[in-house]
Design a protein around this ligand. Sequence first.
Ligand code: B12
Length: 294
Amino acid sequence: MQTKAMSDLTVSAGEAARRLGVGPTTIQRWVESGVLHAERTPGGHRRIYVTELRRLIAANRPTELSGLLADWLDVLMAGEPRKVKTALLAARQKADSWAETADEIASAIAELGRRWEAGACRIFEERSVSEALRRGAALCAAEMLCADHAPRVALFTVEGERHTLGLSLAELVFAEAGWRVFWLGEGPPSDEIEPLVDKLKPHLLVVSASSVTRAAAVARYQAELSRVAARTRVGVVLAGSGAWAPAAKAHRIVSFQDLRCLLVELPRSKARKRWMTESQARRTHSGASSRRPG
Ligand code: B12
């Protein structure tokens, strides 16, 4: 009989395949050969114990991590934002851009995930790592000042999504490209997107969702984003591994190098055109006022 406890302690064969990075047929073969212990629901579906996944992951994890990844995990696991800031700046020195460094950190985040899955990282450590990275990145971003009339971007996740580290790294890429960043982190309810745009007047909304947020919730949020973008001409970037639907009028971004390329291409976009019109209007205005007698 399927009790609450079993559904909490087990995952579907599909989820097990995703976490172990193998195909569903491999899971089937492992269960049949006894490599993996599974239960069956009354409906006949296989359920794999999370503890089994951790045992298998821990047994197959490379004992020694490659230099760079190991260094990053050491700095992050220490949980000190200032040390993370120093390490980020040192990595930026060796790289061409913050986008390159951000993609490097993204692989360290994925490794943190694998450690968590293998039971080699406790929840409090995952929290301390996330906060150290979030704060360390914010310290680096705060040092990159932008021009008064810089183009503006708002960074947030879909409502209820708490995975914001991608946005912390994206802020570095925007700051380096001279944008003014409104970093909101965990996103507002969808009915607040319009007042947000009316108040902050961003040229771009960058919204992130992970695979944790249900597809229906992402779809509802995306519908409101498209409606507000159509009315206000704000540009929209959809990011993260979440279930975004393809959208002609939005930019779908996965990596930080993708983001950097987009910021190079943007001058041709509506958002940028709006910014350039604004700056032209400002220049004309300041020209007129400077010519005005007295
Ligand atoms: C740290 C972490 C947390 C932290 C997040 C802290 C923070 N400030 O971000 C906390 C503790 C809050 C957390 C909570 C939870 N988490 Co969590 N988390 C992680 C962990 C270890 C790394 C975080 C992370 O950012 N990953 C990156 C993923 C989530 O984001 P992504 O969308 O793929 O984004 C990547 C890229 O797309 C890109 N990106 C993202 N946004 C943007 C934006 C731009 C512009 C660009 C260019 C790129 C970009 O950068 C990201 C990093 O590479 C991952 C493990 C992993 N492998 O990722 C688990 C993980 C994502 N979490 C998971 C789960 C299940 C949860 C919880 C439900 C646990 C629980 N029961 O409470 C809650 C859900 C909270 C919620 N409502 O969102 C699962 C998701 C499984 C699934 N179904 O998909 C994972 C995979 C762990 C696991 N192996 O099971 N988590």
